[in-house]
Design a binder for this molecule. Structure first.
Ligand code: HSE
Length: 309
């Protein structure tokens, strides 16, 4: 294989109580990336389309993660990367994770798959530093593996695919304002109150149990963020109003997607997600902020190959 074209999905991370460890892909949004073998050693971005991203290989998440992988695999060729950027940077739906995961996925395929998808997580994660100044795996792991993924640590055995009841859907609204992940992390306190920690741990534990037992009442009471949301929601216009509406309409949970400004809700069934979509659009239409919304399954698919030669 000399060239591969892939679709790398947008992802919802944190998922309320799983800061930096939980995430899932959504179906209808992602970036297209084409990765080609080259006689020139190293890795570079040769073309971008769509939303603007850095071309400098030290600043682009795709090349930063690819460099790490190349340092390890030491291939006898280089790689050229083209990116059609459909996910807005700073949107909170894994814009950087999509490209950080996509480049290592593509290079690994072109080299005959020396590494497993789980082994790729740590290389993909290293690319996140270029945008958020920290390595966090909760976008790249679900982008690579698909489904709802919990990353306890980056060792293969600690990257855990969780069961997802088949009627779980999500609604996402992406207000078109940029919130840099680095800033959204900077405003978080470095210490957490003991009682907030206890509530968050209880919610995460019961969320995992609810997923294993398809217990929707328990899902509803567990999809709550007691630690992060209260600090970040001030960066997101109309967050409280949207969250209230989603919960009133029956969402199982609603919180900030990743580092924001996107907001997600999890629903039982597609109809509920569509109803929420209609009503939240009404809220945002009253503002002068441009936005997009998505209704999707909790997608079981990660990165998909579109074409290869
Ligand atoms: N877990 C990361 C954060 C996701 O919340 O900062 C960034 O998209």
């Amino acid at each position: 294989m000399k060239k591969i074209k892939i679709f790398s999905p947008a992802t919802v991370s944190n998922v309320a109580c799983g800061f930096d460890i939980l995430g899932f892909p959504i179906e209808s949004l992602g970036d297209e990336m084409t990765i080609s073998k080259s006689d020139n050693m190293g890795v570079r971005i040769i073309k971008t389309e769509g939303y603007s991203i850095p071309l400098d290989s030290k600043k682009n998440v795709a090349t930063v993660s690819a460099e790490k992988l190349i340092q390890y695999l030491k291939p006898d060729c280089g790689f050229d990367i083209e990116i059609k950027k459909n996910i807005i940077p700073g949107s909170g739906i894994g814009s950087s994770g999509s490209n950080a995961a996509g480049s290592v996925f593509g290079i690994n395929k072109l080299l005959g798959e020396p590494l497993t998808l789980k082994e790729l997580v740590k290389y993909a994660m290293s690319g996140e530093v270029a945008s958020s100044l920290t390595e966090h795996p909760d976008n790249v792991a679900p982008a690579l593996l698909g489904g709802l993924v919990m990353v306890k640590s980056i060792d293969e055995e600690n990257i855990i695919s969780l069961p997802v009841p088949k009627d779980l859907f999500c609604f996402v609204i992406n207000p078109k304002i940029e919130v840099k992940t680095s800033y959204s992390r900077e405003i978080l306190p470095s210490r957490v109150e003991l009682n907030s920690m206890t509530k968050q741990v209880a919610n995460l534990g019961s969320l995992i149990h609810a997923l294993h037992t398809s217990n929707y009442d328990l899902l509803r009471s567990s999809l709550v963020d007691n630690v992060i949301e209260k600090h970040r929601k001030k960066l997101i216009p109309f967050f409280d109003e949207v969250q209230k509406k989603c919960l009133e309409l029956g969402a199982l949970g609603c919180s900030i997607s990743g580092s924001g400004p996107s907001i997600f809700a999890i629903t039982k069934g597609e109809e509920n997600a569509k109803k929420i979509n209609t009503e939240v659009i009404k809220i945002y239409k009253k503002t002068n902020i441009d936005f997009s919304t998505y209704v999707s399954k909790i997608s079981s698919e990660g990165i998909k190959i579109i074409d290869s030669i």
